[in-house]
Design a protein around this ligand. Structure first.
Ligand SMILES: Cc1cn([C@H]2C[C@H](O)[C@@H](COP(=O)(O)OP(=O)(O)O[C@H]3O[C@H](C)C(=O)[C@H](O)[C@H]3O)O2)c(=O)[nH]c1=O
Length: 188
């Protein structure tokens, strides 16, 4: 497992070891001992899987409030995505900053998203499937979002016409989000 640093201290790109042969490939997409040895010692308790049929489908920018904030380990198992995280931890030196990553079924790269980040992606290919692990269960009442097209964040999405859920058309900007994630704050 190769770790690639990002602009954020505790968010990482991970490249698993891939064993290729004449049949195809094998890899351990997750191994708790390996992750613990790298100091990534969270207990994932839920696996998620989404399919987005149309290129330019954009899901985000989502986060869950404390105490249900989620660490996420994301990968594309079919197609490709432009995966984006935004630091929304008030007081963080990188608050309001974002970074994007290309995750594809071919590059097999995974992104570790720490608690306190908003997360979203747009798909770059048809029938893109994303699978990810989280260390807190889904909690609708803690589920929040910020606008994917927040002008202050100005995320440089590689799409012009995004395909969005109705919910994702209605999120506040980060500046207006009442429930900004704060390290240790309890949900309202
Ligand atoms: C996230 C989630 C959703 N659901 C239900 C709720 C809705 O009835 C349906 C679709 O949910 P939603 O439209 O929120 O799905 P996405 O837009 O893919 O949301 C995800 O997309 C971005 C990229 C994320 O980072 C989050 O993990 C997650 O918010 O699945 C569940 O039952 N369990 C869950 O964990």
């Amino acid at each position: 497992m190769k770790i690639i640093k990002t602009k954020f201290e505790d968010a990482y790109l991970l490249e698993p070891k891939v064993f290729g042969d004449q049949r195809g490939f094998f890899m351990e997409s997750y191994n708790k001992e390996t992750f613990d040895s790298l100091g990534i010692d969270m207990d994932f308790i839920q696996d998620n899987h989404s399919l987005s049929q149309t290129p330019g489908t954009l899901r985000g920018m989502h986060y869950q409030l404390a105490p249900k904030a989620q660490t996420k380990l994301i990968r594309a198992t079919k197609g490709s995505i432009y995966d984006v995280i935004v630091d929304i931890r008030k007081g963080s030196p990188t608050y309001g900053q974002w970074q994007g990553f290309i995750l594809t079924a071919e590059n097999k790269r995974q992104l570790l998203v720490p608690k306190g980040f908003a997360h979203g992606f747009c798909t770059l290919a048809e029938n893109t499937e994303v699978q990810y692990k989280v260390d807190e269960l889904y909690s609708p009442k803690h589920d929040c979002g910020i606008a994917w097209d927040d002008p202050e964040l100005s995320i440089d999405w590689p799409v012009t016409e995004a395909v969005l859920s109705d919910k994702d058309t209605k999120h506040p900007t980060l500046a207006n989000a009442e429930n900004n994630f704060e390290i240790g704050v309890t949900s309202k």
